[in-house]
Design a protein around this ligand. Structure first.
Ligand SMILES: Cc1cc2nc3c(=O)[nH]c(=O)nc-3n(C[C@H](O)[C@H](O)[C@H](O)COP(=O)(O)OP(=O)(O)OC[C@H]3O[C@@H](n4cnc5c(N)ncnc54)[C@H](O)[C@@H]3O)c2cc1C
Length: 136
């Protein structure tokens, strides 16, 4: 995974096209970690890596499968899934893990609040590797 990424040595923060921060990382984790650097790894490369590891552990990632609804039973979760536009199915699981992002329907249905605040957009430019990413 390290070979697939780029080690970032310097991060420059820009807001409204003006630089506001310059953070030299260097080997900032030297003596603390076996990996004493910040690694920049494209999301698609990372996802392929994780999917391969999951497959090795016996977990199959199903694409185009949407959680439509669910209900808690005594000892299981009953989930309604939409696998294609027309096909829907119901399946029972021991656990439901809500990893469905900021607008999580799992979180909403469980009544868990998510206080937000507005952040102004900024841009970080990674000098060493030339990647550019909007700050999230
Ligand atoms: C423009 C932008 C730039 C960003 N840049 C960075 C960055 O440079 N560095 C950084 O660290 N973070 C960045 N972030 C933040 C980062 O993307 C998020 O923090 C991270 O993706 C959150 O991961 P997650 O797994 O919680 O949710 P997500 O990545 O949002 O994944 C949720 C997944 O759940 C799926 N899903 C949702 N509902 C359902 C459903 N009902 N059934 C089935 N699947 C469902 C979605 O399709 C999605 O694939 C950025 C965010 C944005 C918007």
């Amino acid at each position: 995974m390290i070979e697939a990424g780029e080690k970032a040595r310097l991060l420059e923060g820009h807001l409204d096209r003006r630089p506001f921060a310059r953070i030299p990382f260097g080997d900032f984790g030297e003596g603390l970690s076996r990996y004493p650097f910040m690694l920049v790894l494209p999301q698609d490369v990372h996802e392929r890596f994780l999917e391969k590891e999951l497959k090795r552990a016996g977990v199959l990632v199903e694409r185009n499968c949407e959680l439509l609804d669910f209900e808690q039973r005594n000892d299981s979760i009953l989930a309604r899934l939409g696998t294609t536009k027309r096909r829907k199915e119901t399946a029972s699981f021991e656990y439901l893990c809500g990893c469905d992002g900021a607008h999580s329907s799992v979180r909403e249905k469980c009544g868990i609040s998510f206080p937000r605040r507005h952040l102004r957009a900024g841009v970080f430019r990674c000098r060493r590797c030339g990647h550019r990413a909007d700050s999230g």
